[in-house]
Design a protein around this ligand. Sequence first.
Ligand code: ZN
Length: 342
Amino acid sequence: MRAAHITQYGDPEEALALVHVERPEPGPGEVRVDVEAVALNHLDVFARKGHPEDEGAFPKRSGCDIAGVVGSVGDGADTDWLDEAVVVYPGVSCGDCEFCERGEQTMCHEYEIIGEDRPGGLAESVVVPEACLEQKPDSLNFVTAAAVPVTFTTAWRMIVGAGQLRPAEKALILGASGGVGNAALQIAERLGATTYATTSSERKADRVREWADEVIDYTETPHDEAVLALTDGRGVDLVAEHVGEETWQESIDSLAMGGRMVVCGATSGADPDIDIRSIYQRHRQIRGAPMGNRAQFRDVLSLVARGELEPQIDRVLPLDRIAEGHRAIEDRAVFGKVVLRP
Ligand code: ZN
């Protein structure tokens, strides 16, 4: 089968290679999913560029957002899955520790991500645990289904789970034209909160206005200044942060007294220079939300299936144009998701 492998760290054109490998067969409790669509995330970019926790073992295959059809079922897995259209929850956990018993799979000490800790879906087929399968809703095509797992589940965790945003509150969403930012903005808007969103160009701002009450071009005004001006100096109740060191202090300074910042990533770097007095003296809280649990995935998938939330697809590419997809995400030249069709 064809697969897109990362063979070294580097630019997309040199680090990514289309290769032929043997089609994997499922072991006990696993299934083989024949991939119809797989969405890219910043995780794919980090896998190619390297990050501190990365082991640097090559080749490796990323791709955590997978939709497809079950083509083979391993020992002990339910044969009813054969030929079913599915979307894959990307987290794998032990299933019986205290966190798994609570339904918090992403807190499990053995938690792994398909496409990061094990081979991902950037191939014609991928083997995943049966426990990760979710029926693909009939109302969604494969491309849209593949755009849901990582970004929408993370955004739901940020806004609803960790963030506990309420309708009467104000929320600031960073990077509202990217995958997780746009998902977070849509969720905050559906909840009825007043929404403030940052983006980087007039063209993107026009689209973001579909869900945002106010749009801030962060290339023109620092977002804390803009937020304070728009809220008569009060600030917002919630900030959804995924940019990291470039924006942390501004994001904290955008918060109202007692406000909370939820954090799911650090695409610009993880080592911010911050003034901790700006946190404790104003009763502010910082909450981590790396990825939602299984129940949160189901919640958000059902909202997308009913058309309440709409993943934005920037472009759909064949597997041999994966480098173009990486480039577009890294250059922030996308609005929503890049989806590949192996
Ligand atoms: Zn566990």
